[in-house]
Structure formats: C-alpha cells, structure tokens
Design a protein around this ligand. Structure first.
Ligand code: B4P
Length: 196
C-alpha cells in the first residue's frame, strides 16, 4: 500500500505515520527527516536545505526530488510506504506521479489530517521546548502555516479529484486520531482484533 500523509505543520503527519508503519509493516519516508539528516551530516545539500527550513520556507523542488527518488528506489520501499511531508505543492504532486508511474507503483491513498491553527501552534510550541527544533519558534511556525495555506493546501484537491483523498480530524489525543485513521481504512491487527 502506498499512502501519502497530508496536513499542516503540527497536524500530526509524522506522529501518525510512525504509528501506522507498526500496523502496516511498510517504511515511513519523511522528507523532513531526510532533510534534517542531511543537515546533521553537514552535506552541501543538507546545509543549503537547513538555511531554507530555518526560515520556514520550502526547499527547492529539484533538491527534494533528488533525495526522494533515491529513497523510493531503495529495496524496502518496493512493497509500499507511507510518505510524509511530500508532496508540498502541485509541482511536487505531479513529479511524484511521474516517478511512481515509472516504478509501476501509483499512490493508493492520501490522508489529510485537518486541524485548527491554534492547536497546531500549541503543539509545536511544546515540541520547541522539548526538542529545540530550529524551525519551531512561533514566528517561523506562522510562516510555515502561510506556506502551507498557499502552496500545500491545493495538493489535497489534486488527490480529491482523483478519488484518493480521505480527510481525518486531527484534533484530540494522538491515540484518538490514530483510531480515526484505522477506522477510516478498516485497518485491524489480524491477530488481536476483528472488524467492528
Ligand atoms: P516536516 O518535517 O514535514 O515538519 P512538520 O510539518 O512540522 O511535521 P512533523 O511531521 O514534524 O510534525 P507532526 O505534525 O507529526 O517539515 C519541516 C520542514 O522541512 C518544512 O518546513 C520545509 O522547510 C522542509 N520540507 C520538508 N518536506 C519538504 C518538501 N517536500 N518540499 C520542500 N520542503 C520540505 O507533529 C508536531 C508535534 O505535535 C509533535 O511534537 C507531536 O508530538 C505533536 N502532536 C502530534 N499529534 C498530536 C496530538 N494529537 N495531540 C498532541 N500533540 C500532538
């Protein structure tokens, strides 16, 4: 199964994707994680990306596509994946379709986590205190929200037009949101649960 997770910064994409991989046994591919790893390793690409991420803007489509293609062609992605943080604009959505068409592995589902802006600001403020991520300060988060509204929100429509979009309310506890996703997709652990 090939799933794309969509949602504003702080909507819970990465959090929910991490829980879903345990259920589905497919890898979690996060472009944010790929970029932060490259920055930590100090590669030229990583340092370039870090300067952009620290302002809350999107890194260039070419740069991120190169990183993503390498990851999608790794062997453990051939049986499916949960893609988190990509696509973030319409050009990326089209590039993703092209790459996956070439691999003969089209997107099966897109999940949009919908949440209130103030909830998101609160969650990220908490993470800023706990983890100190350099793009989590309040003014940068407000810019990330603006970038989301202008560039990423139209991507949901792109998948809706193709009949692939499921919207899930991202408010409430992490476990409550996970349960909503599992119910929407009728995902159960075969050994311990039966469909309700
Ligand atoms: P990401 O790493 O994707 O960062 P994010 O949008 O904040 O999402 P993340 O997955 O980390 O957080 P989550 O909502 O799960 O991107 C960072 C930057 O990288 C971008 O701004 C951009 O510059 C660059 N980038 C990445 N992909 C790109 C692309 N394709 N093109 C160009 N640039 C790209 O969780 C947030 C917090 O909320 C966590 O602390 C979590 O514990 C908490 N939380 C989640 N759900 C909760 C709940 N239900 N209740 C309480 N807390 C909750």
């Amino acid at each position: 199964m090939r799933i794309v997770m969509l949602g504003a910064p702080g909507s819970g994409k990465g959090t929910q994707a991490t829980l879903l991989v345990e259920r589905l046994g497919i890898p979690h591919i996060s472009t944010g994680v790929l970029l932060r790893s490259a920055a930590q390793e100090g590669t030229e690409l990583g340092l370039k990306a870090k300067a952009i991420m620290d302002r809350g803007n999107l890194v260039s489509d070419d740069l991120i596509l190169g990183l993503l293609k390498d990851r999608l062609t790794e062997e453990n992605a051939s049986g499916g994946f949960i893609l988190d943080g990509y696509p973030r604009n319409l050009a990326q959505a089209k590039s993703l379709d092209e790459v996956l068409d070439q691999l003969g592995q089209p997107v099966d589902e897109a999940i949009l986590l919908d949440g209130d802006t103030e909830t998101i600001i609160r969650r990220i403020a908490k993470r800023a205190k706990e983890e100190g991520r350099s793009d989590d300060s309040e003014d940068i988060v407000r810019n990330r929200m603006k970038v989301y509204r202008e560039q990423t929100a139209p991507v949901a429509e792109y998948y809706a037009e193709r009949g692939l979009l499921t919207c899930v309310l991202g408010e409430g506890s992490i476990e409550e949101v996970q349960q909503r996703i599992l119910s929407a997709f009728e995902i159960y652990h075969p050994a311990t649960e039966t469909p309700g």
